[in-house]
Design a protein around this ligand. Structure first.
Ligand code: ZN
Length: 416
């Protein structure tokens, strides 16, 4: 169903325990073919809180708080049963991609398990063996266990927050009511938030399009600001809300790569020279070749990334760029999430055929790549035509897709 909504139900169920730190929403490898939509997992730490506490949400009118420090609670069989019952009740098992996993543990799995799962394709059993949680359950093929283990293993190197607001249950599946002007106002006034609104497409990126219980989610760098941001947005009634700590917008999935050694289903950053004039293929996608002098790879910019694609169309052979993105296997290509233009090549184009010096007339083309000839018999080579330097419309710097077409993990330029 919606893993973050399940998190709110788990928090409600275990209200006799304190929550230590914010609940965590952890996104994993976006290139895994059998993932659910956003490939997200949630982890929550329960125990006995000490030190300062803060309000991080509200469920059915009751404030939810968490502590900055505390001691964990030893998981019991009874905790495990109660948590399993919630998954049983809420998961949509009919969906073939719904394969939930749940772990309860009092020792944090090694962080390598997180880095593997955000960057590679991993198998369930080796992950489970290393983490060795006190309790675990996998429903159906149990692949969700990889997510639950990896989310628990995460030690944030970089992190952001997301406040998620949920709808009343009777409205699930019906059109959402959010005032568009209030979203624009929030976007403009709360500078630490990102990926809110696409001004070109007039699209509210904070609002999901699926029939899930989420009304909206606002992402940002400052937890404090998200309270204000939530207040500014005018909408239908919010039945509950919760602030998660997340790895969204961190680029944690990207590794420095080389065009010579690219592995499908991973995400890389590679540098090279544009090696072909970009062309548009069926579906409106844009493809160009990128070369490191030894090898070449196709790079694809997808049609929904409209403004981004228009920028990509202006690339020309010889431009030195870096691209970031996921590697697709069939067809083998880098799906571009972001690109950096380092240098622009000098591009010239033919403006006129060569002039015959004797007749003072323009020569005619003999055929493609075969040169020119005048009616008097004089000949000229291809490169003797008249060329002029084309004014490049691109600028040096970073380019990214509009807010509605970005990956959860991709770092927006606003954060860079
Ligand atoms: Zn002539």
């Amino acid at each position: 169903m919606c893993t973050t909504y399940l998190a709110t139900e788990i928090i409600r169920e275990f209200s006799e325990l304190d929550m230590i730190h914010n609940p965590r929403l952890v996104r994993l490898n976006p290139n895994v073919p059998w993932k659910t939509r956003g490939n997200g997992a949630v982890s929550i730490q329960f125990g006995k809180g000490t030190g300062k506490s803060k309000i991080i949400g509200q469920i059915n009118g009751k404030n939810i708080k968490c502590y900055e420090t505390g001691t964990g609670t030893r998981p019991t069989n009874e905790h495990f049963k109660r948590a399993c019952q919630l998954v049983d009740k809420l998961a949509y098992f009919d969906d073939e991609k719904t394969n939930p996993g749940l772990i309860l543990t009092d020792k944090k799995p090694p962080q390598g398990l997180y880095w593997q799962a955000v960057r590679q394709v991993v198998k369930k059993n080796p992950h489970l063996k290393v983490a060795n949680p006190k309790f675990h359950k996998g429903w159906k093929n149990g692949r969700g266990l990889i997510g639950s283990i990896s989310a628990t293993a995460w030690r944030p190197r970089d992190s952001t927050y997301e406040v998620i607001a949920y709808r009343e249950q009777k409205k699930w599946g019906k059109p959402r009511k959010i005032d568009i002007a209030s979203v624009q106002k929030m976007d403009k006034s709360i500078k630490t938030t990102f990926n809110n609104y696409d001004y070109e497409e007039k699209h509210m990126a904070i609002m999901p399009s699926s029939p899930c219980p989420i009304l909206f989610g606002i992402r940002g760098d400052a937890e404090k600001d998200l309270h204000r941001a939530r207040d500014i947005v005018e909408s239908e009634k919010i039945s509950r809300w919760l602030i998660f700590l997340t790895n969204q917008g961190t680029d944690d999935h990207i590794v420095q790569g080389s065009i010579s050694s690219l592995e499908p289903f991973t995400s890389v950053k590679v540098r090279g020279k544009v090696a072909s004039v970009p062309r548009i293929i069926e579906g409106g996608h844009l493809i160009f070749r990128l070369s490191n002098g030894k090898k070449e790879v196709d790079c694809t910019i997808y049609e929904p990334a409209k403004g981004f694609r228009r920028g990509g169309e202006k690339l020309r052979p010889g431009d030195v760029i870096s691209v970031q993105g996921g590697i697709r296997k069939e067809p083998f290509t880098i799906n571009v999430e972001k690109l950096y233009i380092e240098t622009l090549a000098n591009v010239s184009e033919k403006v006129a055929n060569p002039m015959c010096k004797k007749c003072k007339k323009r020569m005619k083309s003999i055929g493609k790549d075969q040169g020119y000839r005048c009616s008097c018999g004089a000949k000229a080579r291809e490169n003797q035509a008249e060329f002029s330097v084309v004014k490049r419309e691109l600028k040096i710097g970073w380019y990214e897709p509009p807010v509605g077409s970005r990956r959860h993990l991709a770092m927006p330029l606003k954060r860079l």
